[in-house]
Every structure is written in structure tokens, then in C-alpha cells.
Design a protein around this ligand. Sequence first.
Ligand code: SAM
Length: 231
Amino acid sequence: MTNTGTLSIVATPIGNLEDITLRALRTLKECDVIYAEDTRIISKLLARYQIKKPLQRLDAATEMQKADEIIARLEAGEHVAYVSDAGTPGISDPGARMVRAVREHSHILKNVGITIEAIPGPSALTTALSIAGLDTTGFTFLGFLPHKKGRQTALKKLASSDIPVVLYESPHRIIKLLDELEALRISSVTIARELTKIHEEVTSGTVGDVQAYFKAHPDHVRGEFVVIIEP
Ligand code: SAM
């Protein structure tokens, strides 16, 4: 097998820039090029750790086209790192289709020696679950619910779940989502907002209580949200 390049999929902070592993920093320092969902966002992290690297953009729209470029680099023996805007690439973020293309290209029977390695780190999903205080022996992650088609089906699915269901939601839609959960007679929710940031806040209670809280504190309907629906 010819020894060719390495693709590192690197998790980055979800807010607090200190939440990055030593291995992630070393990888970002050692690689030949960093592909990023948004080069401006990653530049802030790189500046904080005084890392200077050639940057290339790979977002949802360019993922497949850039996958071919990355494969060519890996075949030339380069070390390529990929980072999304925050957290773990591929989790409600671009990255998975590119990784799949590289994986297919370097299929075990094809004698191509490309290594794909994970550099694990934060994700809003696991961060929220870690402080929710719920039984998370099992849970379902649905990411962002569809806005239109398929939304009602997804809501019904989560309403009948007997294990916690974790969603990502934007501040513009959080009140609407709570109204929908109330209509589905969901009893309890936990909402984790702005995790790892100055305004980190976890609110939990009945859907009615949480709705009342956010209606009374409209200035808290801001930032990034993880919603955990309790069974
Ligand atoms: N790849 C990321 C991860 O591993 O968590 C998720 C990216 S997804 C595009 C962004 C969504 O994740 C936000 O809209 C929010 O629902 C959730 N999220 C990301 N950072 C968060 C934070 N600091 N606090 C709460 N939720 C967060």
C-alpha cells in the first residue's frame, strides 16, 4: 500500500475558546492546510493560538467539489485538517459527505493508504446532556427539525419517544417550538442556552413554566439553544 496523506476531522470550541484539546491544537499546527466551513470564524481561533496556516473554505454548498480537491491533496501525501464553525464537524454541520467521498476513494480493497482520523472535542449535544441531569442511557438526536415538510411527522415522533430527544434550535424559532411542544402535551423540557459562554443558562421544567420564563425574559431569547424533550 502506498503511504499517502492524512485527513484530520477536528472538533473546535462551541463558544469558550479554551475548549480545545492539545491534540487538536497540535494537529492544526502540524497540518499542511485547513479546510473550514467559514475561514473568518476559524481565523479567530487560530489567532488566539498563534497558528498560521493556509485556509480553504468547505461549506455545505462546496462540499463535494472540495472533496475532490482534498482527495488530490491526500494522494499527494498532504495532511489536511477540516473544521466546522463550532463543535464537531458532521454533527448538524458540513463534513460528512466529504469524509464519505474520501472514505470511498480509500476503500480498504483499493490499496490507497489514506488515513482519516477523528480529533474529538466539544459538541453542543453532549455538552447539554452532561449538565441536564437526565437519564441518558439512551437518547435520540434529531438536530434541527425541518421547517416545513416533515416537521409534523418529526414532532409526533418525538412526542411518542420513551427516551430523551435532543434538538438544536435557533432563537427565532424557540418560542414557536415551545408552543408546538405544549400542543403535543409534552410535559417537561430542558433548554440549554449559550453553553460555555458568558450567558450560559439551563432552564428546565414543564413546557408551560419554560414558556412563561422566556416570555418574562425576552432578552434571554437570544443565542444558541439545545432543547431536550423529556419522555
Ligand atoms: N457541530 C456543532 C456541534 O457539534 O454541536 C453543531 C452545529 S449546528 C450548525 C449549530 C447549533 O448547535 C446551534 O443552532 C445550536 O442549536 C447548537 N449549539 C452550538 N453551540 C451552542 C452553544 N454554545 N450553546 C447551545 N447550543 C449550541
